[in-house]
Structures are given as C-alpha cells and as structure tokens.
Design a protein around this ligand. Sequence first.
Ligand code: ZN
Length: 216
Amino acid sequence: MCYCMQIVVEFHLTVEAYAAGYAALTYPRPERCPNCGTAGQIEGHGFYWRYPLDVFSRFEIGIKRWYCRACGKTTSLLPSFLLRFRWYLLAVIQSMVVARFETRQSWRQIETTCTAAGAPSNRTLKRWCRSFARQAPAWLAAVQQTLAEFEPAAPGLDPLGAAAGPVAPAPALLDAALQLLAWGKTRWAELADFGRAERLRFLWHWGYGRGLARLI
Ligand SMILES: [Zn+2]
C-alpha cells in the first residue's frame, strides 16, 4: 500500500489492459505538486507495485509515481478501477455493495453468488458494506448538489417525495451514481462505454477529484 499523495486517474482501460500496457502509457504529469503547490518541479519517479484481486485472480500492476523536487513528496496516479487501501478491484467491491443495498441480498446469498472458495471473506464484505454506508451521506450530498446545479429535473433529487422521510444513504447513493453517470455521459464522450457496472468507478474518479477522500 502507498500512503503518499494520490491522484485518481481514469485511463479508460480494464485492469487486464492496464496490466499489459502500463509500462508504455503516457501519464499525465501534474503541473503543480499536490502537496506543496510548487509548479514545474515534478519529475518521474518510477512505479510502485500493487497486486489487485478479483474473485478468481490476482494481477500485478505498476502505479506511476511522480516526485516533487521542491518538497520531496511523492505523488502516485491511482487507476480508477482501484480504491485506496483496498486490495480488491472496485468492480468486485461494487458487486457486493449492490447486492447488499440494492438487490437486498442476505449475507449468505452474497457469499453464494459473489464469492468463490471463501474469497473475499464474509468479514471483508461486511467491512466494505459498513464503510460504504458510512461514507455515503457525504458523497450523496455532493452528487445531489451537482445534479441540482446541472440537471434540476433529475428524479433522484427527491426520489420518494419529501413526505416519505429520510432515505437510507447507501441505496440512495447507488441510485444517484447512475444519475451522475447519465449526466457525465452528456458531458464527456469517453464515458460512452460506461454502464451500471462502472457507476462507482465513475463516482470514485469524479468525487476524489472534488476532495471526497474515501468512498469505501
Ligand atoms: Zn511539492
């Protein structure tokens, strides 16, 4: 794990394509250091290694690092298919969170349909769901603010009507992420391939860039 400064980057690659091609990618060089703000002092600093997991396999990928000559801090470029501090691919974690909060499956059902040979463990998937539920209110507020600003007619702004009372943030965020993606598609042509399965990938990239540090 890397505890240096991180920027979440959308490379529009699957983890397989990234693993095969990361050494040859052109990486965006930050103009200013995210730590100290100094411009023009960022130089290449190789890669660090991560070994992301899906249910059946383990990948080996290089994460690009930049070094700031002014403050000596390292900044790395985290592909948006990964979260900070989680070993599993975001797509795997999303499938569990959706199973729990959207399709309302029991822990046992999730274990049966989404895990293999005990991986990820029951404890891990419960931890993901708890973490998602804890972070959801802040993310939901940010998404709703953006949708209200740009898409005042978006249905998710008041999904059940004011009379229905408070909505559970985790399922509401999963729904709002779909609306955010629909909005994003009207602005960024490169999102054309993104569907339901990429909604948290888009949300993560979008929100991290706005200062929301942790999604799950
Ligand atoms: Zn710096």
